[in-house]
Design a protein around this ligand. Structure first.
Ligand code: GAL
Length: 347
């Protein structure tokens, strides 16, 4: 009896020794990537997540390493997101990707990650640089907001120069309204400022009639556009929307009020979502700015994969310091027909 148990202990000991040795030398067979998005119903973010899943499957096929991706919806609550990050870490995620609900409040996420030594890739909702420097395992993947503002302004100015009928009252001034994203979001503040400044720089005089906050959301934008149509009616010559969904919300309002398309203001957006590009192709929008969701998804996957495997991030393409930014692409009505998103090849 006694002999048997000693033998059992020895056997287990040998197994453990072998196990340790072989685990150490064995290549990694699977990794786990946890993601928390601020709102799963956001069109751009959800399309970016589909692209991320597709690239993860592709990477899995190419490398033979199983890539588990778990996506959580924070539903607009920072405290829910903090809890999700805690549980992703507990579940053994090798890396967590966080689309912050409140870009000014990443403390709980950073503290939990640092305590457990799990790298964090923030994406799309940019935290301030000081926060990004709080630990050397923090990264950001996104785009340069001002670039999209400049391109949106160029699209509006080009249309004004080329299409006389857009100046409805023929006063030589582009009367505009703005549909803005969330208060405090880098892409809302910066896009509005740069697009308006660019229109002016391109030699077009502008007059701001009004603005409304519609939180990136199509239905909210329709409501806000209805109110602005009541107030300014046919005076509106241009709708500058911080994203395509809000541009489409403005178009929904124009359609619901049975305003003939020939009397519509010029409508311009940003993102180049599937529906946004379709609206440019069918002439409802004068243009959009492509926010490279595939490039951003591919870059995030590459970084997450590298951090989860060998960790040599210096080999990750486009990483400057701890940030990856993908360029925007201007898509005018003329270009929309032949435009194809760059996809992972552009990465
Ligand atoms: C922006 C995008 C918006 C919205 C927002 C969410 O980059 O243009 O449509 O998705 O991010 O943070």
């Amino acid at each position: 009896m006694r002999k048997a148990s000693i033998l059992a202990i020895v056997v287990i000991g040998i197994f453990m020794l072998c196990g340790c040795g072989s685990v150490k030398d064995q290549p990694i067979k699977n990794i786990k990537i946890g993601i928390s998005v601020y709102d799963q119903y956001d069109t751009f973010v959800s399309q970016m997540m589909s692209a991320f899943n597709a690239y993860a499957m592709q990477k899995q096929e190419n490398t033979g390493i199983t890539i588990n991706v778990e996506i959580y919806n924070a539903s607009g609550s920072q405290s829910t997101q903090n809890e999700q990050v805690e549980s992703m870490i507990k579940e053994g995620c090798n890396v967590v990707c966080v689309n912050l609900v409140d870009r000014t409040d990443p403390t709980a996420v950073i503290d939990a990650a640092e305590k457990n030594n799990v790298p964090v890739i923030f994406f799309n909702r940019e935290l301030v640089e000081e926060d990004l420097r709080r630990w050397n395992n923090l990264y950001y993947v996104g785009a340069e907001a001002f670039e999209s503002g400049i391109m949106e302004g160029e699209l509006a100015a080009e249309a004004f120069h080329e299409q006389e009928e857009l100046d409805k009252n023929q006063d030589g001034i582009f009367q505009y309204v703005v549909l803005e994203g969330e208060v405090g979001h880098q892409d809302a503040i910066v896009r509005t400022e740069y697009s308006v400044n660019t229109i002016i720089q391109k030699g077009v005089s502008v007059e701001k009639l009004g603005y409304a906050i519609a939180n990136w959301n199509r239905a909210q934008a329709q409501t806000k556009m209805n109110q602005m149509l009541e107030e300014y009616g046919g005076q509106i010559e241009l709708v500058l929307a911080n994203n395509d969904d809000m541009a489409l919300g403005a178009i929904d309002a124009l359609k619901a009020q049975n305003i003939p398309q020939s009397e519509w203001p010029a409508v311009v957006g940003i993102d180049g979502t599937d529906v946004g590009l379709e609206a440019v192709r069918n002439g409802e929008m004068i243009g959009t700015v492509y926010n490279d969701k595939e490039g951003q998804a591919a870059a995030m996957l590459e970084l997450a994969y590298t951090l989860s495997t060998d960790g040599a991030v210096s080999s990750v393409d486009k990483l400057t310091g701890n940030t990856i930014r993908l360029p925007y692409i201007k898509v005018s009505a003329k270009e929309a027909g032949s435009f194809t998103p760059p996809g992972a090849d552009g990465y």
